[in-house]
Design a binder for this molecule. Structure first.
Ligand code: ADP
Ligand code: MG
Ligand code: ZN
Length: 636
């Protein structure tokens, strides 16, 4: 996600501060330090030197007298010497002459003394003068006394703020009290448009309407239609909710404020509410515009969650959001988008008409959607010509847009690893398997006996599947171990997408799942732990048949379970008495028993086929759908 960062002060700025400091030090401080390299003498010795004619030049300041001595061996050479500014001369020209200084005393006779100072050589006179107290240029002293300290303090302040922010004290909040960090997206920044979002046509349609409203509100006003103030994007993770919002920003050409729910959660009570207020204030100033609140469930949870003491900060933030949503004028052109994958936990007040009253479902993509998403993500990739997207889409039922993007990227990585210049079908198929079952673990050592068991187990699944009507064709059987821990698997790919499942189809599915264990039992008279995943899946399906799909004769159409977490895993909880619960268990058990018995029956009838296929699989490690069909056909 490419967000626009709050622009940092350029590094150049800091260089400038350092540079100015150095220049000032050079110009003002160092000369003063140099001045200190002056030999101090008491006033008495100064007078004695004057009287004895040893002094050559004298420069009298308010609070200090500088003087130099005659050089003994340069007699006569400096007689006519009369510098203008003696101190300067002293400092600049007398390279190897020592400068002396003394503190002046209230001594009116000094001038006379200097004039009369006898010198051994009559030509020599002491050159002396009084200096005006020297003033720095006004500009310089202004810089020095006002600007430099300001800059220094500012710099130090910056450093400390940064330190505090880094250490998690969020000191920045003290400085920018109540300012929201809503980032303003403009078209170029997200770089996403509806072309980047494949499938999700219904969602796009709803959003297009909103964008259109922002562009010409007049057309809607004419008929008397008002657009919803807020729209809530709901759907499982990875289906493109955030992507859609970014695409809206790209399409809308209006300011786009984007903020994540968690950004409202602050350490201090009232801070989040202040942020909400500020966000809406900014938005109001820039209407028409769009506000996008990602993961709104963070602040939008039901308030009566029964928690002791509740959560003051979150509730205040939510209340502020609710009142802001009521407060703004719907005709002004502010639309609020929000995204969540837990709509059921949102506070009812958020969902009532006038707030987020439009719900835009962003569901897992169907067959066509998956194919389109694969194509969108391969636009910038080099593909070989024989790629069959439809096949990949068919083998990835239940995958989200994010999964598919990941599959395409894995395929590209694999192509590079294999030293190829383009992605071929095999790369895509292999990466589908990587997503399902993890990477191949060729190095894993498995004993011959275990491999044999795995081969029978997988063949059992495949054979049971193939021998039932209404069962998806076998696409691949493999006994190459995977990093997920699977020792092998059987892949079935439906010719088309199923939206409804009949009781028979579900039962067939369970039968296929029990086929692996059944084959082990028939061939080796053994039960192994290899069936654990099958058992879990079979039980889940059987349970759903009884409790949610009304496929049990005893309960007719009575709901026995509800799904609590529709988009995140789909946990369900029982809503029946405990007696019924135990009877449900019995019923689930009997379904699975029947399925297991049926699978055993099928395999016993086809014992020779089971043996042949298992041997072949043991030999080849992987059987493709065509090979499988051929062997099946030969035997019949
Ligand atoms: P969420 O619904 O969890 O917010 P995102 O919008 O963050 O999901 O999607 C994650 C990634 O998945 C996107 O960046 C994109 O690469 C991919 N993706 C998801 N859905 C689609 C889609 N419909 N079309 C194209 N890419 C998609
Ligand atoms: Mg998201
Ligand atoms: Zn199995």
């Amino acid at each position: 996600m490419e967000e626009k960062k709050i622009p940092r002060k350029p590094v150049l700025y800091y260089y400038a501060v350092v540079l100015i400091t150095i220049v000032l030090l050079n110009a003002l401080i160092f000369p003063n330090i140099m001045k200190r390299q002056i030999v101090k003498v008491d006033y008495g010795s100064f007078l004695m030197k004057v009287d004895s004619g040893l002094v050559k030049t004298v420069s009298i300041h308010d609070d200090e007298i500088f003087f130099t001595l005659q050089k003994k061996n340069t007699a006569g050479a400096t007689g006519s010497y009369e510098p203008k500014d003696q101190l300067l001369t002293l400092l600049n020209e007398k390279n190897n002459e020592t400068v002396y200084s003394t503190v002046p005393m209230n001594d009116p006779t000094l001038v006379e003394r200097l004039l009369n100072a006898a010198s051994p050589n009559e030509n020599r006179k002491i050159s002396f003068a009084r200096e005006l107290p020297k003033k720095n240029s006004p500009l310089l002293s202004f810089l020095l006394t006002w600007i430099l300290p300001t800059i220094l303090f500012y710099g130090i302040g910056e450093v400390f703020t940064k330190k505090m922010q880094q250490s998690g004290l969020s000191g920045g909040n003290f400085m920018t009290f109540g300012k929201s960090n809503a980032k303003i997206y403009v078209q170029a920044l997200t770089g996403k448009t509806f072309a980047d979002v494949a499938g999700q046509d219904e969602a796009k349609e709803s959003l297009v309407e909103i964008i259109d409203f922002l562009h010409n509100p007049g057309r809607y006003a004419e008929i008397g239609a008002t657009l919803p103030k807020g729209a809530l994007l709901v759907g499982p993770p990875g289906t493109g909710k955030t992507l859609l919002a970014k695409a809206v920003a790209g399409e809308a050409n209006v300011p786009f404020f984007s903020i994540t729910g968690s950004e409202f959660v602050e350490m201090f009570v009232g801070m989040g509410a202040a942020k909400v207020r500020d966000l809406f204030k900014q938005a109001n100033e820039r209407a028409p515009c769009i506000i996008f609140i990602d993961e709104i469930d963070t602040i939008g949870k039901k308030r009566d969650s029964g928690m002791v003491g509740g959560n003051d900060e979150r509730e205040q933030t939510l209340n502020q959001l609710l009142s802001e949503m009521d407060g703004f004028d719907g005709t002004k052109g502010i639309v609020i988008l929000a995204a969540t994958n837990r709509p059921e936990i949102l506070d009812k007040a958020l969902l009532r008409p006038g707030r987020f009253d439009r719900r835009i479902p962003v569901e897992l993509p169907d067959l066509m959607g998956r194919e389109a998403i694969l194509k969108v993500h391969t636009i910038n990739k080099k593909l070989s010509r024989e790629i069959d997207f439809s096949m990949i889409a068919r083998s990835t039922a239940g995958a989200s847009g994010a999964d598919l993007a990941n599959i395409v990227n894995e395929a590209a990585l694999r192509a590079v690893r294999m030293g190829r210049r383009e992605i071929i079908q095999n790369d895509l198929e292999e990466s589908v398997e990587v997503i399902i079952a993890g990477y191949q673990r060729k190095g894993k050592t498995i004993s011959i006996k275990e491999r044999e068991i795995v081969a029978y187990h997988e063949t059992g699944h495949a054979l049971v599947a193939a021998k039932q009507s209404d069962s998806a064709p076998v696409h691949k059987i493999t006994i190459i171990p995977r990093t997920s821990g699977a020792l092998g698997y059987t892949m079935q790919v439906d010719a088309e997408e199923h939206n409804l499942m009949s009781k028979e189809e579900l039962f067939n599915k369970i039968t296929t799942l029990t086929g692996g264990r059944a084959a082990e039992e028939i061939a080796f008279n053994r039960k192994t732990s290899g069936a654990s995943n099958d058992i879990e899946q079979a039980t889940r399906i059987a349970r759903a048949m009884v409790t949610r799909f009304g496929m049990s004769d005893n309960y007719d159409m009575m709901a026995l379970e509800t799904v609590t977490n529709q988009y995140l895993g789909g946990d369900s909880s029982l809503i029946c008495s405990s007696e019924t619960a135990s009877r449900i268990d019995n019923e689930v058990l009997s379904i699975i028993r029947n399925a297991h018995a049926r699978a055993t029956e099928i395999l016993k009838e086809n014992r020779k086929l089971l043996d042949d296929l298992s041997k072949y699989l043991l030999d080849k490690e992987t059987i493709s759908g065509e090979e499988f069909k051929k062997i099946m056909g030969n035997e019949n």
